[in-house]
Ligand binder design. Structure first.
Ligand SMILES: Nc1ncnc2c1ncn2[C@@H]1O[C@H](COP(=O)(O)OP(=O)(O)OP(=O)(O)O)[C@@H](O)[C@H]1O
Ligand SMILES: [Mg+2]
Length: 326
């Protein structure tokens, strides 16, 4: 295996099933996620590519009309595009449905006002997205062998990835509280001699279900996922990637190969390019030293933007064919 393959990428016996691509805006996450999805599909794995990009760039890349449900996009390949805003609205609507059975009619208008604000509140979109992620993860391995997540920029992504433990604890706390309330209500009923059978607590059931799904997702992210940081050989991305890797260590998500994308080809006929390449070489040397514990995949910049299946396939062919997840 290539230089210093990361020891923190230790899966034991579980196969890698979830591939996450993260990095700053415009570094090539969507492009590399799509190229890797193509590659996994070509290896015979039923592969689902999930994009959260509101710009519909995966539709453009694959030249197929995608929806928010898996749509066939080639041999062994399916793709879907999630609109985080629409998801957040649906998520909040779901919470409203749950809450309606739990609160009195008089409070409903106030609750609605609150939920309307909640759709825009920071964190709601992430929660909704993570909810969707955990749901998609349950399709694997029955419907799909591999799921490639073309993630949003890294800060956002990282918060997303730390959410399972936070949300899990939060949901557990809430569920515990509701159970206490239910018990109290039961005692009241007994004391008052009311015999009416306890209504099924839908809210509690849903919270439990969600908590279980989150716990499973977190476990699978630790055991069956790999996060590929994508970066450029430039000053700021180096620092950003170092931060991302540190945060990933805290969230116990295995870090796979680092993609150093869009490298300048040497061109001695141009003083400008020669200078760019000289600087790039300095940064590459630094990247090798600072990320020595990780495998690195260097990807040369194509002359043109990568659009359409043919170019995507050409890029996929340029990627090293190594066992998935490494
Ligand atoms: N190796 C490459 N060679 C040439 N062009 C590339 C390469 N990698 C990416 N690009 C181009 O760079 C642009 C940005 O790539 P991409 O959309 O994959 O980035 P991204 O990280 O998903 O961006 P965003 O953060 O906006 O979602 C695209 O136009 C893409 O075609
Ligand atoms: Mg993108």
């Amino acid at each position: 295996m290539a230089a210093g393959h990361g020891d923190d990428h230790a899966h034991g016996d579980l196969p890698t099933r979830f591939y996450l691509f993260g990095g700053k805006g415009g570094v090539g996450k969507t492009t590399l996620a799509a190229a890797n999805a193509l590659r996994l599909a070509a290896q015979g794995q039923r592969t689902l590519l999930v994009s959260t990009d509101p710009a519909h760039s995966v539709s453009d890349l694959l030249e197929s009309k995608l929806t928010d449900e898996p749509t066939p996009a080639g041999d062994n390949l399916w793709a879907m595009e999630i609109d985080p805003q629409a998801d957040a609205e649906a998520y909040v609507a779901g919470i409203r449905e749950d809450a309606r059975t739990a609160v009195s009619k008089a409070v409903l208008p106030a609750l609605d006002r609150h939920l309307k604000l909640a759709v825009q509140a920071p964190g709601t979109a992430e929660s909704a997205l993570f909810d969707r992620f955990t749901h998609i993860m349950t399709w694997c391995p029955d419907r799909f062998d591999a799921v490639v997540f073309d993630t949003a920029p890294s800060g956002h992504t990282l918060r997303l990835l730390t959410l399972p433990s936070m949300l899990g604890a939060w949901v557990e706390g809430l569920a515990g509280q509701r159970q206490k309330v239910n018990k109290l209500q039961g005692m009241w009923r007994n004391m008052a001699g009311v015999q009416e059978p306890e209504r099924e607590d839908r809210v509690l059931a849903r919270l439990r279900q969600r908590a279980e799904r989150f716990a499973t997702a977190r476990q699978r992210l630790h055991g069956e996922a790999v996060f590929h940081p994508v970066m450029l050989a430039e000053r700021l991305p180096i620092e950003e990637t170092a931060r991302v890797i540190e945060q990933l260590r805290d969230t116990h998500i295995p870090v796979g190969a680092i993609y150093v994308n869009r490298l300048w080809p040497a061109d001695t006929s141009s003083a400008f390019v020669t200078e760019r390449v000289a600087q790039q070489d300095e940064y590459l040397a630094e990247i090798h030293t600072r990320f020595a514990a990780h495998r690195r995949i260097e990807v040369a910049q194509s002359a043109r933007d990568i659009v359409g299946r043919d170019q995507l396939r050409a890029l996929a062919a340029r990627l090293p064919s190594e066992p998935p997840g490494h």
